[in-house]
Design a protein around this ligand. Structure first.
Ligand code: MG
Length: 253
């Protein structure tokens, strides 16, 4: 099932994509999927980011080859940081290059969308709390992330407005631990990997995060980027494609 959010006649709502139709839902898809019975043409609605997270919990260095390319080695346990929900933009929306930065990078990642309040999740049970999966770009002002004046904190460099494109929808039926992930810049392949190369798998990540932090319905876990990160320039078009989900495409301005 492909879950979307859309706006039509001034109203925002969740829906399920059915070919060229949108089947409108009564409410957010977290407790149950309930249809209103209304069908809209995909061409007559404005699509929106498919989730409204209270926070985006991101994992640093969760693919060994990426940890190696950063020259910092693999940390012994997942490294967490948070992007604010004001970073979110949708498929087709622009990513704004901050004037204060001279290096802005793409990081193609699998995004896990939480479907149920999750606290102290036990190993092997994370799937019960997951609504589905989406493509995500953990856009990073690398020079600001690494700036000595920011200490070891990544919030400023990764928290700019528009720095978290997500979409184009939430796929609920996916063997997300074994899908191909590719990032293209102006059509050229820059990252190509498989989610089976994550150091800490999705189940472990959800358990680790929720030991101390409650994840709410709609929250997103960004599961880390594989090797091949690099910089973008104004005017570039970046695409994150994940097998079984689709392609998230954004321009840098
Ligand atoms: Mg990342």
């Amino acid at each position: 099932m492909k879950i979307i959010r859309a706006e039509f006649n001034g109203e925002c709502f969740y829906g399920v994509l059915n070919g060229e139709e949108v089947l409108r839902l009564k409410s957010a898809p977290y407790d149950a999927i309930e249809y209103t019975g209304e069908k809209l043409k995909l061409s007559e609605v404005v699509l929106l980011p498919p989730a409204e997270p209270s926070k985006i919990v991101c994992i640093g260095k969760n693919y060994k080859a990426h940890a190696d390319e950063m020259g910092e080695g693999q940390p012994p346990e997942p490294v967490l940081f948070i992007k604010p929900n004001t970073c979110i933009v949708y498929d087709g929306e622009d990513v704004v290059y901050p004037e204060m930065s001279n290096r802005v990078d793409y990081e193609g990642e699998l995004g896990v969308v939480i479907g149920k309040r999750a606290s102290k999740v036990q190993k092997g049970h994370a799937a019960e709390y997951i609504l589905g999966y989406t493509c995500l770009n953990d856009v990073t002002a690398r020079d600001i992330q690494k700036s000595p004046t920011q200490g070891t904190q990544w919030t400023r460099g990764k928290g700019f407005d528009t720095f978290c494109p997500i979409g184009p929808h939430i796929e609920t039926e996916l063997d997300a631990q074994n899908v191909e992930l590719e990032t293209r810049l102006n059509g050229e392949v820059k990252q190509h990997s498989n989610t089976n190369l994550m150091t800490h798998g999705i189940d472990s990540l959800i358990c680790f995060i929720t030991e101390g932090m409650t994840l709410l319905p709609g929250d997103i876990v960004a599961t880390g980027t594989p090797e091949g990160i690099g910089s973008m320039q104004r005017g570039d078009v970046v695409e994150v494609e994940i097998e079984g989900i689709g392609t998230l495409k954004n321009r840098i301005i």
